[in-house]
Write a protein that binds this ligand. Structure first.
Ligand SMILES: [Zn+2]
Length: 435
């Protein structure tokens, strides 16, 4: 006879899309959570009758997926939603920087980030990368509400900082946040043309010293490639290679304008790429050759980028765009699969930031970051292929319940940890400053 076992939470009856190494889907499964971890996953009929739980969620008619990972963003840019439109990247950046320097402070960044967390929970995102001003306000907020955040000090010549002071602050922050529960520390640079060689050498040192990943924007559009080539005689990818920064602990956002030898360099270095298709389209930057990169063995994940160039934080929408774009770009529907689209938003995002031992799939001992999607909808009927539905038919309004670290942040479509009305009111008041 089975001995009794009590879990904190049992999710029963749903289809579990594990994204584990075998990419198993468990029909009518039971997922047991204790504390902040997945304890066990049982197939139908496997759950012993003596096993109980303090709380149960009935997921009958629903699909359970790993929490989505938004691998590149600037989350407080929710404040700039719809503010700067119809401009090329460099002109767009100049306008955005002007607003950022005149409007932002740590309180407004905190408010914009709260709104972003609410929007992302509603969209099934449980972990996000953030690169932004007043980043400590975001780091403290994430730790406070229990949202998984990848962030850390920026190394940049933007704003003309004192070099020694910036490096001293970065060192202090990396020490301070290394024991945070929800924050995974990284070191970051805005781009190769806004970070001096001296600063990039410091980034290289930090990577070794603190064992943290590094991220930057790279080869986002042709203009950036031209600027960097004029300044250094190299493309952004070649320049990063000269800094010895192309390795498995580096995550490059965009990589739209790559030549074949640059894809080889990324592959040889096991460097990770974050695809941001909607931002690339909106800023007219182009379409990244994701299928070629994956074919070459590059780990590619996906991000929304900031809301000012998207204009939302909807990762489900982003994978749909990504899948459609690759097929259209190559004029071949076979180059990119629904499975690859789901991998980008889950396990590949975790791998990019060195978090695949704890995040990115639903498996025993991993963190209980998961999303329950209601499939009892007209637009999801019938269901011949779950992956096809997840990529092409599900939308964020179908997200029913969201857990991060074993804690329920949304249940039956209602946020449980954030006061959405208060957050919207605060952000609307900040919006008045732009007038
Ligand atoms: Zn970006």
């Amino acid at each position: 006879m089975d001995s009794a076992q009590q879990y904190d939470l049992l999710i029963t009856g749903g289809k579990i899309v594990t994204m584990d190494t075998e990419r198993r889907i468990i029909d009518n499964g039971n997922l047991a959570i204790s504390g902040n971890k997945i304890q066990e996953i049982f197939s139908a009929g496997e759950l012993p009758s003596s096993y109980t739980a303090r709380k149960t969620i009935n997921a009958d008619g629903k699909v359970i997926i790993p929490g989505l990972i938004n691998a590149h963003s600037h989350i407080a840019m929710t404040l700039f939603r719809g503010l700067v439109e119809d401009l090329i990247l460099q002109k767009w950046l100049e306008r955005v920087w002007k607003y950022e320097f005149s409007v932002l402070d740590k309180d407004s960044v905190r408010a914009g980030s709260q709104l972003a967390f609410a929007e992302m929970i509603r969209g099934g995102v449980t972990c996000v990368h953030d690169m932004y001003w007043h980043y400590m306000a975001v780091i403290d907020l994430a730790e406070e509400i229990g949202f998984r955040l990848i962030s850390g000090p920026p190394i940049t010549s933007l704003g003309d900082p004192d070099f020694d002071e910036m490096i001293g602050t970065a060192r202090k922050v990396l020490e301070q946040i290394k024991d945070y529960h929800f924050v995974h520390s990284i070191v970051q640079a805005q781009s190769t043309y806004t970070t001096t060689p001296e600063m990039m050498h410091k980034v290289y040192e930090f990577k070794g010293e603190y064992g943290v990943p590094f991220t930057t924007h790279a080869s986002e559009n042709q203009n950036e490639v031209d600027i960097v080539r004029e300044q250094y005689g190299k493309t952004p990818i070649e320049l990063l290679e000269s800094y010895k920064l192309l390795d498995s602990g580096t995550i490059l956002a965009h990589c739209v304008k790559l030549q074949d030898h640059e894809i080889d360099l990324l592959s040889e270095g096991s460097t990770n790429v974050v695809h941001c298709p909607e931002s690339n389209l909106k800023l007219g930057s182009g379409i990244a050759r994701i299928a070629d990169m994956i074919e070459a063995g590059v780990n590619v994940c996906i991000g929304t980028d900031g809301v000012a160039s998207n204009n939302d934080l909807d990762l489900l929408g982003e994978i749909r765009t990504a899948a459609l774009l690759q097929k259209g770009y190559y004029e071949n529907p076979e180059v990119f699969t629904t499975m690859q689209a789901m991998e980008m938003a889950t396990i590949s995002g975790a791998k990019a930031y060195g978090l695949d031992q704890t995040l990115g799939s639903l498996e025993p001992a991993k963190r209980a970051d998961l999303v329950i999607i209601d499939f009892d909808k007209s637009h999801l009927t019938p269901c011949h292929d779950i992956y096809a539905h997840l990529v092409y038919s599900v939308n964020k309004a179908d997200v029913d319940t969201v857990l991060i670290d074993g804690k329920i942040h949304m249940k039956d479509g209602e946020l449980t940890t954030l006061d959405e009305e208060a957050i919207k009111a605060e952000v609307r008041a900040i919006g008045e400053r732009f007038k």
